[in-house]
Design a protein around this ligand. Structure first.
Ligand SMILES: Cc1cc2nc3c(=O)[nH]c(=O)nc-3n(C[C@H](O)[C@H](O)[C@H](O)COP(=O)(O)OP(=O)(O)OC[C@H]3O[C@@H](n4cnc5c(N)ncnc54)[C@H](O)[C@@H]3O)c2cc1C
Length: 455
């Protein structure tokens, strides 16, 4: 059998990996448990310039720009009284620095564009295919589905999100084979914060369009909350987060009832989302069908692979949505994994008579390089998100002083037109090394270019 990747999960990362494999001439199949990959979930995904560049490399930029919401300014404000503490044009500065804009995209639109541009969308995506078990063997993997079907391939890429079944199977296989299972065990994902994300009509609210508002430390006395929103003249997309009342839990997010969502919204009623608009005003105009309440997990795995199974995206590193970097981290991990696999397979496809499949040891070496590479890049971002969510929900005089007097003068995002963020984060963006690409340039040179050694 020719080398074939089984991708578990048809979310943004699974679909992006499929694009990468098509360009690497690597056969693949996506197994998705739902009856379609095109669900209508209303969450808004801030897509950073380095990620927009990755999408440009696979030919999606024009389509994505057409469906993106506009964004120009960022304003932070006190949730208690609506006073704006900082205003910046961070987003525009980033476009100047890198040649690519920030694109706020509805997940449903992004997934649709990834899907319609995929050559193998009809033949290589299997919906209603919930993975229940995986059995690696010397030359490949057997993947079992809930309906009893067996799918065969060479490796499994688990892109099945924060509750990854692939991760659970991988961890239990690793424990069976390890001399010291405790050392290998991955820690579970933990939820400390929960919230609502969704959409409301802006027609009567009049929230200033194309401004990202971040309202900090408002809400309940016992912890505070953060509300982030971005409006067009017609709609406003919002997300809220506050600490779980019972403290951190590794239990899976419950399915919150309408009544629980109502009670949560009531607890934030007086929080100012922007000057002159309270959360209760937004809630009065909410579109229920595109609104969800859930726990937002956090976790960073120690072991990203075992045998012929490797994890990517939220399955392996998961933050809250507060810094808008979860998908970005996952896609760049996906690019590195695709680079490693492409490089391994190309080395083996030499002369026809020498052609052979990679061994498990060769695959594990490639997975290890991927893991080490990405761990060192994602961990600082993950740590930043972990600290940020704890900072922005906080009440009390220290955070008040920080927001009122410190941030307006020394904000990483505005300092020297965002150059710190540009140099430390955005310019380091990954690229598919095997896909010819010139791309756009800004004032800050990209660290990684096709055919160029990393600076
Ligand atoms: C409110 C909110 C706002 C966010 N905002 C941003 C943002 O602004 N910017 C950003 O970069 N990120 C953001 N994120 C994070 C981003 O949504 C995730 O990082 C991203 O969706 C992860 O993609 P994924 O493909 O790894 O997993 P998922 O999107 O979770 O997809 C996993 C897929 O696997 C399927 N699956 C699961 N189990 C199985 C199984 N056993 N068999 C087969 N299929 C299975 C699922 O049905 C699903 O389709 C936000 C998240 C939330 C909740």
């Amino acid at each position: 059998m020719a080398f074939k990747v089984i991708i578990v999960g048809g979310g943004p990362i699974g679909l992006y990996m499929a694009h990468a494999f098509e360009r690497a001439n690597i056969d693949y199949v996506i197994l998705e448990q739902q009856d379609t990959v095109l669900n209508i979930s209303g969450q808004l995904l801030f897509t950073w310039p380095q990620t927009v560049r990755l999408f440009d490399q696979i030919g999606l930029l024009d389509d994505l720009e057409k469906v993106s919401l506009g964004i120009h300014h960022k304003k932070r404000l006190f949730g208690d009284n609506g006073r704006v503490t900082t205003t910046s044009n961070f987003w525009d500065a980033m476009q100047d620095n890198h040649g690519y804009p920030f694109l706020p995209l509805l997940r449903s639109e992004l997934v649709k564009i990834l899907y319609i541009h995929l050559k193998g969308r009809e033949s290589n995506i299997r919906v209603n295919s919930r993975v229940t078990d995986i059995k690696p063997h010397a030359t490949g993997v057997h993947v079992h589905l809930a309906d009893g079907t067996l799918i065969q391939g060479s490796i499994v890429v688990g892109a099945d999100g924060v509750h990854s079944r692939t991760r659970k199977i991988m961890d239990s296989l690793a424990a069976q084979h390890a001399l010291n299972p405790a050392r290998l065990a991955n820690k579970p994902m933990v939820s400390t914060f929960y919230g609502i994300f969704g959409r409301a009509s802006n027609v009567n609210l009049g929230i200033e369009p194309e401004v990202f508002f971040e309202s900090r430390g408002g809400g309940p006395n016992d912890g505070g909350a953060v509300v982030q929103c971005l409006a067009t003249k017609d709609i406003v997309q919002f997300v809220t987060l506050k600490p779980l009342p019972g403290g951190p839990t590794s239990d899976r997010s419950p399915r919150y009832s309408d009544q629980e969502m109502e009670e949560y919204a009531t607890s934030l009623a007086d929080v100012a989302v922007c000057p002159g608009v309270k959360f209760s005003d937004v809630w009065a105009n909410v579109e229920r069908k595109s609104t969800r309440m859930l726990n937002q997990e956090e976790g960073f795995l120690n072991n990203w692979f075992f045998d012929r199974i490797v994890l990517v995206g939220d399955a392996v590193h998961k933050s809250t949505s507060v810094n808008g970097l979860g998908m970005t981290c996952g896609l760049h991990s996906g690019a590195v994994l695709a680079n490693e696999l492409h490089s391994l397979i190309s080395q083996l496809v030499g002369k026809e008579e020498e052609k052979r499949e990679p061994t498990t040891e060769e695959l594990e070496s490639a997975f290890k390089r991927y893991q080490e590479d990405r761990k060192s890049e994602v961990k600082p971002v993950w740590n930043g998100g972990h600290a940020m969510i704890r900072e922005v929900v906080k009440k009390g005089w220290v955070s008040w002083f920080w927001d009122r007097f410190v941030l307006p003068w020394c904000d990483m995002e505005t300092f020297a037109r965002g150059w710190l963020v540009s140099w430390l984060l955005i310019r380091q963006g990954q690229i598919l090394r095997f896909v010819p690409f010139e791309g756009r340039k800004g004032r800050v040179p990209w660290a990684r270019k096709v055919g160029v050694v990393v600076v």
